[in-house]
Design a protein around this ligand. Sequence first.
Ligand code: FES
Length: 106
Amino acid sequence: MPKLKVIAFDGTEFDLEAESGSTVMENAIKNAVPGIEAECGGACACATCHVYVDPAWSEKVGQPDVMEEDMLDFAYETKPNSRLSCQIKMSDELDGLIVRVPEQQA
Ligand code: FES
């Protein structure tokens, strides 16, 4: 199973085993990572699952599609490496992925 590291705003690291096909958001929620609210349940309609992708992973994770980009406008303090974690699907390609949770969600 691909590994996923989610770093909360206070620096707490969550080292997770993420099933291929599951989203980063689903894994964060399952493990009660603080700061990931996911109010819309993964429908790309709330921006409360916003994360910063570790720069080393940005290229592999790729860019948000148009719908996600529109939704990111509602997220708090977006950066060039901002993504909605419900739109990132885990796979063997992303084994070792690191994301950080912003200080607060929208
Ligand atoms: Fe709502 Fe990701 S969970 S946009």
